[in-house]
Design a protein around this ligand. Sequence first.
Ligand SMILES: Nc1ncnc2c1ncn2[C@@H]1O[C@H](COP(=O)(O)OP(=O)(O)OP(=O)(O)O)[C@@H](O)[C@H]1O
Length: 302
Amino acid sequence: MNHFPCDLTHSTLPAVTQAISPDRSANDSGGGAPPALVARGVGLSFAGLRALDDLAFEIPAGGTSAVIGPNGAGKTTLFNCISGLYGYEGELTLHGRPLGRLRPHQRARRGISRTFQTPALLDVESALQNVALGAVAHSRVGVVNSMLSTRRRRREERETLERAYALLQRLGIAALASRPVAGLAHGDRRRVEVARALLSSPSLLMLDEPAAGLGAEEAQDLLAEVEAYAGSDTTVLLVEHDVALVMSVARRVVVLDSGRLLAIGTPDEVRADPRVVEAYLGAEDADGPAPERLHASTGDAL
Ligand SMILES: Nc1ncnc2c1ncn2[C@@H]1O[C@H](COP(=O)(O)OP(=O)(O)OP(=O)(O)O)[C@@H](O)[C@H]1O
């Protein structure tokens, strides 16, 4: 029996599949091992603007890591490359397996899941339906699903709704399950999107500015809950402007500036790097005290 206030409607599936997978083609291949993500020579130009330039870095498997940098540094562009929305030069490898030219839906099946700077939700649908739709990118909608028996399909939908509801409970918004997301506060919309990204138990969960619109404590709580729920099999990768938050949660920090890799290391290493201080303060302040925003939210000094 379905205990939930709404069903996962088939009519919404193609729209979401399209939104998640605007691109099509390429092959799937095999493999698997740490680190979670390796970038080698990753580059991308937009009509002469070098948005990413010869990036090379590794993100360790497990826990939370982050990409930071000033406005226009290339953070979201990098996320778009990893998730397959943009083509790029060089190579990205996920758990030891090159991603090659895989399309977004193929990368999703490989275990990549993400949120967007502005939550990308279906406004007329409920919070529960939006979260449940996180299963779509990871299934072969229209191929295998259309061949499943009605009974099996219903069972899978019920299980998906149960997991979606459990996630809403986990993130403290189960009371909003049946509410259309259009009417939800920004912070709750963000939680719904994070829940949707978590639904597929991704191996790489990319969160684009998860703290935007949340208070400092709320943001800390959300990230702690995400990491606890995701467990050791999931690597969380943040793009986040709240550097203090990043410094308090990340095990490795990648710093971009004008599309280039400026620094990479632990929060302490990155905070101590004069190039990072310079990028955030400006050249004239590079030798002075680090900016407040490079301090951990615990209040630790550099
Ligand atoms: N689709 C696009 N077409 C043309 N230029 C783009 C496109 N997307 C990004 N850019 C440019 O690429 C550069 C990197 O942009 P990106 O959005 O990745 O930076 P960001 O670090 O995420 O910035 P912010 O912190 O402001 O979100 C910027 O100069 C931006 O104007």
